[in-house]
Design a protein around this ligand. Structure first.
Ligand SMILES: Nc1ncnc2c1ncn2[C@@H]1O[C@H](COP(=O)(O)OP(=O)(O)OP(=O)(O)O)[C@@H](O)[C@H]1O
Length: 400
């Protein structure tokens, strides 16, 4: 059945280089075929959820299609209904009248209700639920060895072990692992259940900053290499900006807006938390510990990530997170400044900032949106106008 409103959604892509390196190319094709039960391989893939419920003063009401491509973040303040939505999608809770449809398979509608184990979902929660009396290896294999006969195996234990770099941990007990390592094992176990969809409910919330940093690249790697779509619940905008491709903004039990992350960051509700931009840049290697990047025709140089902060996976493209506060504007290029990254941009709009003395200036950089937070006084002093070409000095960048 065609799902209205999904025409803009595309098929997931897989990183062929990784698939090939891991010898998964054939499996990837088989996996895609298995997940497409319609002959048209370019049919839009989405998850449709219609749900209405009341819990005291809290009501949840939505009827939306979520994309099944890359990482989709369900983002919103505590209590807005993210976990309730995720549990309904998983089939952990059954709400009367709800409808859940995964691509063209009905999971819930009327009297139809597929139990969670029939939905081909992998789940990871805030607190890892590893079995304490089993080793990492036994935990990984626990569900894998109990897979129903009809389920084709596309992700084998050795592939998942390699993907998540679990080999050194296999003989350890869960209690010997750090929080980040436990979540990595939980991800591995979820992958070995051969899921068609990964549901991650605040998987980083109980981790310290360092452990979060360690596990984030693995989530990205899973998305890039397996092509399995993920729904990630988070109320940490930083994590979302590091990971997500698509952002669903929830407010008071409703989906306020959804769209590609870059565009969603322009929503005033997100700017109020801390206006920032996400830029996609290509890497051209590093020299003298400086990473050379390009965005379209423009170049940047940033301190290269230190080996200790990287995994064996070296990306060819990076996400740059730039706080709007770290972007200054000038009418002419500035040469006598310590800020070395200076990019030509055009002004696409202005919007009020949370502080009454400030203005958010929306910019376009080689087709990508960038925001600068300036005092309104500076905007007036420079005479900034929509369509004007100016120079953006980028004072600080976080690299993912
Ligand atoms: N079992 C329950 N009984 C009654 N109300 C509940 C129950 N579980 C959640 N709620 C209420 O439902 C609303 C949505 O909760 P939910 O956990 O889905 O929000 P959330 O956005 O995931 O929050 P958080 O980010 O804090 O996990 C909240 O107001 C919460 O108090």
């Amino acid at each position: 059945m065609a799902i209205p409103g999904t025409e803009h959604l595309h098929n997931p892509t897989t990183s062929s280089s990784w698939w090939q390196r891991l010898g998964w190319h054939a499996n990837a094709k088989a996996n895609n075929q298995a997940r497409h039960s319609t002959p048209a391989s370019n049919a839009p893939k989405s998850l449709r959820v219609a749900l209405q419920l009341q819990r005291g003063a809290f009501s949840l009401e939505l009827n939306n299609c979520l994309p099944l491509q890359g990482i989709t973040a369900l983002f919103g303040r505590s209590g807005c209904g993210k976990t309730t939505l995720l549990r309904a999608i998983a089939g952990l809770d059954r709400h009367a009248g709800a409808q859940v449809q995964f691509i063209d398979t009905v999971w819930q509608q009327g009297n139809t209700f597929l139990p969670v184990h029939q939905r081909r979902i992998g789940m990871v929660f805030q607190e890892s639920s590893l079995l304490p009396h089993l080793s990492v290896k036994q935990n990984l294999l626990y569900g894998f060895n109990r897979l129903a006969k009809h389920i084709d195996v596309h992700l084998k234990p050795e592939q998942v072990t390699q993907l998540l770099e679990l080999a050194p941990l296999l003989q350890q007990a869960p209690e010997q692992l750090s929080g980040g390592q436990r979540q990595r094992v939980a991800l591995g176990r979820a992958l070995l259940s051969q899921p068609q969809l990964l549901l991650l409910d605040e998987p980083l919330a109980s981790l310290d900053q360092q452990s979060r940093g360690e596990i984030l690249p693995f989530l990205q790697r899973i998305a890039n290499t397996t092509g399995i779509p993920m729904l990630l619940v988070s109320h940490q905008l930083d994590d979302v900006v590091k990971l997500a491709d698509h952002l669903v903004l929830m407010q008071h039990g409703r989906i306020h807006s959804q769209g590609p992350l870059q565009q969603q960051l322009l929503q005033p509700e997100l700017a109020a938390i801390g206006a920032m931009s996400l830029l996609h840049a290509q890497s051209h290697g590093s020299k003298h510990h400086l990473l050379k990047l390009s965005i379209g025709q423009q170049q940047l140089q940033l301190p290269a990530p230190l080996p200790a902060n990287t995994t064996s996976y070296s990306p060819t493209s990076y996400r740059l997170r730039i706080q709007a506060r770290d972007v200054a504007l000038s009418l002419k290029p500035i040469s006598d400044s310590s800020v070395s990254n200076q990019l030509q941009v055009s002004i696409s709009g202005f919007s009020p900032a949370p502080h009454p003395a400030e203005t958010l200036v929306e910019l376009e950089l080689e087709g990508q949106p960038l925001q600068a937070l300036l005092t309104t006084q500076s905007v007036e002093r420079l005479g900034l106008q929509i369509g004007q070409r100016v120079f953006a000095q980028i004072k600080a960048v976080a690299l993912d």
